[in-house]
Design a protein around this ligand. Structure first.
Ligand code: GLN
Length: 288
């Protein structure tokens, strides 16, 4: 039997040993996440209020095993098996991109300014479904989440199922390659199309943070210059957007000029929105 406080101190020290690159605040946060996942206890308040609470040997062993995985570089999100995005929980694990806070910028733009009841929307390269599912939470909009990877599709369908009550059964998952002509032809006309496609360049792929190397290359690599999917998606899918409809995509740092130009080549006058780090994160425009 191990006391909660001992387990916490032990894991925090391991996560902050200088090798893992964590500072003390990250180590504390991650130790809390791991202990909470393994024991059901572990919010800071619980640890302070009830430091002598007992944890079973099995719980402590689970927490230690998770800590070892973390120290080898596996992302915390995969170890926990779920992650929060825009106030909702999403299942994640090997084979699907982890939802990032940057992507909330795209969701915020669409929900704050463009979404209303009765629309039909598409989320291309949906992955975990975090964008499409979050968008469908506040309005009665139909959302088609397109995903090509069978593995990511498992998470997508699970996430739709898990959040079913919040999204009123209006979100559906489509296992399909968004660059496949037959898929594009079969698609209906949309009021809103959003996407966070793979956008890392060949150079970026050589310098990935250890954690990111665990994520699927298919969800990260956007061709030599990172722009392949913007070119192909805009060319094909701007034809599937109704007049007056919104096209909005997430971009990587420094891609705004190129992606705005791609929008304009496809007849959509483009603007950008910054994320909370003041980096242009979304390119969007209305089809005339
Ligand atoms: N934002 C991701 C990263 O920084 C990349 C995701 C993507 O390519 N859409 O690793």
């Amino acid at each position: 039997m191990v006391r909660l406080k001992e387990l916490y101190d032990n894991i925090e020290a391991k996560l902050c040993d200088g090798k893992s690159g964590n500072d003390i605040f990250e180590a504390r946060f991650e130790a809390q996440c791991i202990i909470r996942h393994a024991t059901g206890k572990g919010y800071r308040s619980t640890i302070l209020r009830d430091p002598d609470a007992e944890t079973t040997d099995e719980q402590a062993a689970d927490a230690q095993e998770m800590t070892l995985r973390r120290l080898k570089g596996e992302p915390l999100q995969y170890i926990l098996g779920e992650w929060e995005f825009y106030g909702m929980n999403f299942c994640v694990g090997e084979g699907v991109l982890i939802p990032r806070q940057d992507t909330e910028t795209l969701v915020e733009l669409v929900t704050d300014e463009y979404l209303k009841d009765g629309l039909v929307c598409a989320d291309l390269c949906s992955g975990s479904g975090c964008i499409g599912i979050s968008l469908s939470r506040l309005y009665r909009t139909r959302m088609h989440c397109y995903e090509k990877s069978g593995k990511a599709m498992e998470y997508l369908t699970r996430n739709i199922e898990m959040n079913r009550l919040k999204v009123n059964g209006l979100v559906s998952a489509v296992l399909a390659d968004v660059l496949d002509k037959a898929v594009i032809e079969a698609a209906p006309m949309y009021d809103i199309i959003v996407s966070n496609p793979p956008y890392l360049t060949a150079e970026d792929m050589k310098n990935l943070q250890t954690e990111v190397t665990y994520e699927p290359e298919m969800a990260l690599y956007g061709g030599e210059d990172g722009l392949y999917f913007y070119r192909e998606i805009l060319k094909a899918w701007s034809k599937k957007l109704k007049k007056g409809g919104l096209f909005a995509v997430e971009i990587g740092m420094g891609q705004e000029k190129d992606v705005m130009q791609i929008f304009e080549e496809n007849g959509i006058e483009a603007q950008t929105k910054k994320d909370y780090c003041h980096i242009d994160r979304v390119v969007y425009g209305i089809k005339k």
